[in-house]
Ligand binder design. Structure first.
Ligand code: BT5
Length: 263
């Protein structure tokens, strides 16, 4: 990869005019997982807003020990440390902050409107181009820190996608036919995140959840959700105040889905 294509901390810092997010940046060529490194830094009192980014992850993680494919130079693989003054049950809501910030940034820069898929995916034309892994530590019933891990497929051509995901995944380049500058996208996501984080601090999560729902065409539609070994079918009615899915199942019951996947 040519030097000018790399995402370096100098490039990020020279374009980022945020007050909180990205004041401290760790940029790597290669790392196991940016979330793992960010958590270690967070436990050692790294300041709120610290960003950890890598050109390649050798042990990129999804939820439930799944793997996240993170090839060199093809995407944005990064984590942000937040330290919200909030109670533990609210931790899961920060996934929605990340999802909305990425959706807004992609729409602003590419004119493509991504679909947000509960709880942590972003899709373009029905295929996944971004996944979010939010992990938190707690202290006395409060959040100590949240690590927002974000993986965005930016520059993959169809043939760059590993076989395991070539049917289900896509990238911004595949969908827009355009090579989006990764630094520009990162900066836009981080700026949106700062703005949305301020909004949460002043107005709570309602405005973010409202925006999230506006990017979710499956809301109010018939869906299937897999939770462990059970598949539930019904109407995706709403999100509750903790970001859980409220599913009105076909037998008329309202079921709260805490974690799961669309079948
Ligand atoms: C996620 O998990 O979607 C969360 C992914 C978070 C990745 C970021 S990158 C920076 C930070 N550091 C980390 O180590 N992780 C975070 P989940 O919903 O469990 O989805 C995982 C599934 O997505 C896999 O089992 C594959 O099917 C699929 N997948 C893997 N890599 C992909 C990719 N690059 N693009 C699209 N789909 C992928």
């Amino acid at each position: 990869m040519k030097q000018f294509d790399l995402v370096t901390d100098e490039k990020i810092k020279s374009q980022l005019n945020t007050k909180l997010i990205g004041q401290e940046i760790y940029a790597f060529w290669k790392i196991g997982s940016t979330n793992t490194f960010a958590r270690q830094r967070a436990l050692h009192d790294a300041p709120e807003g610290t960003v950890v980014i890598a050109e390649e992850q050798t042990q990129g993680r999804g939820r439930m020990t799944r793997q996240w494919e993170s090839q060199f130079g093809k995407g944005l693989w990064f984590s942000v440390i937040l330290r919200p003054q909030d109670v533990s049950p609210k931790a899961g809501l920060y996934t929605f902050l990340a999802g909305v910030s990425v959706a807004e940034a992609v729409e602003q820069l590419c004119g493509l409107r991504p679909e947000l898929k509960w709880p942590n995916d972003l899709l373009l034309n029905g295929k996944k181009f971004c996944g979010i892994l939010s992990e938190a530590d707690f202290q006395n019933g409060h959040i100590r820190h949240v690590i927002l891990g974000i993986g965005i497929n930016v520059d993959h051509k169809q043939e760059d996608l590993p076989n395991s995901i070539s049917e289900s995944a896509t990238s911004i380049r595949i969908e827009s036919n355009w090579r989006l500058d990764r630094v520009k996208l990162l900066i836009t996501v981080l700026k949106r995140m700062e703005k949305n984080y301020e909004l949460i601090q002043t107005k709570g999560f309602d405005p973010i959840l409202k925006t999230w729902k506006s990017y979710c065409p499956r809301l109010s539609k018939q869906i299937k959700v897999r939770q462990e070994h059970t598949i539930y079918e019904g109407i995706f009615q709403d999100l509750d105040e903790h970001g859980c899915m409220l599913l009105k199942t076909n037998d008329g019951q309202m079921r709260k889905i805490v974690a799961g996947d669309f079948a």
